[in-house]
Design a protein around this ligand. Sequence first.
Ligand SMILES: [Zn+2]
Ligand SMILES: [Zn+2]
Length: 292
Amino acid sequence: MADDHPSRRTFELLSDEVRLRVITALGDASGSEGYATLAFSDLQRAADVDDSSRLTYHLGELRDEFVEKTDEGYTLTLAGIRAYQAVIAHRSVPEVEVEPFRVPWECESCGGGLEARYEGGRAYLTCGSCGDHRVRYPVDAGRIDPDDPESITVALQNTLIRDYTSMFNGVCPYCTGHVEVDFAFDSDHWDEFDVATDDIPINAACTECSWFVYVNLPAVLRIEEAVQSFFAERGRNIWEEPVWTDEFVWTRESVTRDPIQVEGYFSADGDRLRVVVDEHLTVVEREILEEE
Ligand SMILES: [Zn+2]
Ligand SMILES: [Zn+2]
């Protein structure tokens, strides 16, 4: 029955201003030591509820599901922590905007200079000449410092590394749902998105909340131990390499369909790591070809 849907109950519980203030107060009082436990009077002050019987009523509504009562007072349950995280994520979307500025990378389509900007909760890397997007991805506004435009590329890098690592390992970074990662040969996503590339799009999508990314193969292979150590042994930490410059070390050699198999090379210091990937994006062959 739709009325018994758990998310409906969640939204009902959280639709009240006092209840939201209680969750926010308990979350805000927490720190690196762990989640806070507040005595009734402290919680009353922190949540700014004058009427104590009103607070008692709403604590009763939140009890067990979002808030737990212990001998010391009130603390968030795991669902309460999740609700607090949702509040925080929402709270940190103020009107932050950063005008386009030149960043030290080039457009793959035309060789023009890339520009970074931040608008509507998303960070963009866009070609100043042809207008092609290289990256467009939601980044928490709390990580953007309008007085320091470089904070955009730093925040974008950190967000993409976190999300890619999580998603390519099969876990959604936003809802912890299961993520499917597949070749998307016939997708027109990159055309719609004005990305001129002959790369094969790979789609990673959460089966629960539908969060998705489209990436190219080297971005997915970044999580492979063989790829990481190939670069590490040549003095490079690929986690520090901007995600949007993967191509400079990757050369695709061949692609077959039915069954899908992609072969290519990573290059560093004149050496190459040859990689063959099957339709499940599993590395089925790898070998290092050292410079002669
Ligand atoms: Zn361009
Ligand atoms: Zn999800």
